[in-house]
Design a protein around this ligand. Structure first.
Ligand code: F6R
Length: 341
């Protein structure tokens, strides 16, 4: 694994510890002034935004107010003094996030910043906005624990969310036991992440989740395959995909033989959606290179979510290894940012 120059495997191995520390960071963080919040908005991009989607899905059944994720320079019209905004940028220098932060200030929203530092950290300190400073030195997409779990701790301490502490502990122990199965030393036959990578190899991964449970994990797998393996991947969501994407599987040519489909499952998926999985599978099996189902593990929502994220993260790194590419650097993103500067 010499090609792993940024230590993506090391970051994956350390994810359980990161989650435990991230929770503590949130529990010790300075809070914004209390208020009657009508909405929560997370603004960020890429690896710094996906934690916002984790929060959106996790909080949907627990928070009395909606969570909106914003990946843009501008903010939705509704943002104002009744909005709690988490501005998240691992580097602290992402221009869209700096712009959205400034707009949130103009609109009088309550703010919390999560970053390793950068311009965002400086601006927040000057403005007296609470900053949760997370450790640097890893790729933003490897820092989902740091960029997500502190938001739960803050919302809990502000009285907006029931105590997720127990679920965080369950999640940390589950990831600790899962890494023993997913680590590089475990051969393909008993390593689900390596088996997935072998299925994806030289094919186009199509990752399907389900609204309200695994949708964000499907998006995460796609992003991780793109960024780690430098390969295309696509994602979609049940039940919506039954109303459009499925029709594309009638295509008669050889094209479909290049697709490898993963259905991400959660015991809490709606029963009708579970029935849809089975029928959809029957309809398309044989047309594509493969269809596999991966079931979430654990009992709490956090453990179920992270168990699936963890398998996909490892699979994307093993896919990079199969393609002989370094999973760490994302040169094209760096080039694009430099050309915009
Ligand atoms: C790189 C990565 C990217 C960045 C994105 C925003 O690992 O995941 O998607 O997260 O370009 O940069 P930050 O996170 O520094 O605000």
């Amino acid at each position: 694994y010499a090609a792993d120059t940024k230590g993506m495997l090391k970051s994956l191995w350390e994810l359980p510890g990161q989650c435990a520390r991230a929770w503590e960071l949130g529990m010790a963080a300075q809070l914004p002034p209390a208020g009657q919040f009508k909405h929560i908005l997370v603004t960020g991009l890429g690896g710094s935004a996906i934690g916002g989607d984790f929060l959106r899905v996790y909080a949907a059944r627990r928070l009395g107010v909606p969570v909106v994720v914003n990946r843009d320079y501008v903010l939705p019209e509704f943002v104002g003094p009744h909005t709690l905004v988490f501005a998240v940028s691992y580097s602290g220098n992402t221009e869209e996030t700096l712009s959205a932060y400034a707009r949130a200030r103009e609109k009088g929203a309550a703010l919390v910043v999560l970053t390793t530092g950068g311009r965002l950290g400086e601006m927040a300190r000057q403005d007296g906005v609470p900053v949760i400073t997370v450790p640097g030195g890893i790729a933003p997409r490897s820092a989902t624990g740091y960029l997500f779990l502190p938001t739960l701790a803050v919302l809990y301490r502000m009285g907006l969310l029931p105590d997720p502490g127990q679920e965080v502990h369950e999640c940390v122990s589950l990831l600790q036991s899962m890494r023993e199965e997913l680590k590089p030393e475990v051969p393909r036959d008993s390593n689900p992440a390596k088996m997935l990578a072998a299925g994806f190899y030289n094919r186009i991964p199509v990752i399907w989740g389900s609204s309200g449970t695994t949708e964000v994990v499907a998006q995460r797998w796609k992003g991780q395959i793109n960024e780690n393996a430098k390969a295309p991947a696509y994602w979609n969501v049940f039940p919506e995909l039954n109303h459009n994407e499925l029709v594309g599987f009638e295509f008669p040519g050889e094209l479909l033989r290049r697709l490898y489909v993963v259905i991400l499952r959660d015991p809490h998926d709606h029963p009708r959606v579970q029935k849809r999985f089975a029928i959809t599978r029957e309809i398309m099996e044989g047309a594509v290179a493969g269809v596999v189902e991966i079931m979430a593990r654990g009992s709490g929502a956090l453990a179920r979510l992270y168990s699936l994220v963890y398998i996909g993260d490892y699979a994307s790194v093993y896919l990079a290894m199969l393609y002989g590419v370094d999973p760490g650097p994302v040169r094209v993103i760096d080039t694009l940012k430099a050309r915009l500067a």
